[in-house]
Design a binder for this molecule. Sequence first.
Ligand SMILES: [Zn+2]
Ligand SMILES: [Zn+2]
Length: 306
Amino acid sequence: MALTLTLLGTSASRPTVERNVSSMALTRDGDTMLFDCGEGTQRQMMRYGVPFALGDIFFTHFHADHVIGVIGLMRTMALQGRTEELRLWGPPPAARHLRRAEQFGVDRLTFPVRIHELQPGERIPRRDYAIVAFAVEHGPGAAMGYALVEEERKGRFDPERARELGIPEGPLWGRIHRGESVTLDDGRVVEPAELVGPLRSGRTVVITGDTRPSENTVAAARGADLLVHEATFGDEEAERAVETGHSTAREAAVVARRAGCKRLLLTHFSARYSRSAGELETQARAEFDAVTIGRDGMEIEVPFTA
Ligand SMILES: [Zn+2]
Ligand SMILES: [Zn+2]
């Protein structure tokens, strides 16, 4: 089952010619969800093939470069006659900010909008995964990151062993794989442990939004398959990163290393850095090897590792 992250905007504060402001889409088994929705996000979605038929938008915080795009996006959804509910999630005061966005320039929405204010640690359960909110550190207002955490998957079924035991291929295999013990025609009872391996871990993707390096991120991203961390600045702006509640690329890489992440994707770059942001990559790589500099339109597949 594919789990794909698409970066829709990778610039901090304002767009540049090459980079739009913050937004990314996660797509999993037909579910698409957005994380942040900076100005111009709807056009980026068209450009990079992200469907408008999404159910959830998660906001990391309510700085303008992460939220203004939701006004235009909801308006387009209404023009298209959308009727399905749209759920908007974020830290307090999400309701105040998002009600305003809902009213602004959108006279008649054709669909219900449900706004949920989240507390750190809150878990939004879905069929076989959950979105978990965690507090990050981005100045005085509330800001949060999100982790998509998949449930464990069934262990591997051993078809050769099943044949050796004379269990006919078919529905019995499925029942054993689901954890049932079955009785064969000759009276033998087969326990699932004989044929099915241990549970296999699901995937975890963690998105920080804007933040200083945070212990909460280290905890949320422990062993994560993919950590998407902001990297607004390079080493030479380390003080500015502290003052403005942001991270340097190197600091983000240290978080990834400490958390034991498999892969780090950097985003939210100050407009001062070039398209390749080569110096940020070098600085990050000094701390953590598996790092990728994000760019608009980049798609990252997150594979199963077990
Ligand atoms: Zn920002
Ligand atoms: Zn911010």
